[in-house]
Design a protein around this ligand. Structure first.
Ligand SMILES: [Zn+2]
Length: 112
């Protein structure tokens, strides 16, 4: 027999387990939006895959990536909405540096 508090806790946990982390954070469920790719401006190697998951949101972020192959970098791209990033083939992300204007630089290294 559950006490009233145990019962309330159980119901709260059940409700929590039915929502995703993004819903709990106040976001709508992720959406399969378009992909935007960052490639090196010098050697043209593909560096980062940007996947838009909340394209309707108003956040503006400018993304660029360093190129671990030639030492140059990608052109900056302005992204509207919320996104996920993944490293291109043969590279991995070891850091993302953000400045006060919401410019983010994705730091990449070559997979050994
Ligand atoms: Zn390059």
């Amino acid at each position: 027999m559950f006490s009233r508090m145990e019962e309330e806790n159980r119901l709260r946990l059940e409700a929590l387990s039915r929502t995703t982390a993004s819903e709990r954070a106040g976001l709508t469920p992720i959406e399969d939006g378009k992909h935007i790719f960052l490639e090196c401006s010098a050697c043209r190697k593909p560096l980062v895959d940007i996947w838009l998951t909340h394209p309707d949101m108003k956040t503006i972020t400018t993304l660029s990536a360093n190129c671990p192959f030639c030492g140059d970098k990608s052109y900056p791209k302005e992204i509207s909405g919320v996104f996920h990033i993944a490293a291109g083939n043969g590279v991995y992300i070891y850091d993302v540096v953000q400045d006060d204007d919401n410019n983010q630089t994705i730091k990449l290294k070559v997979v050994k």
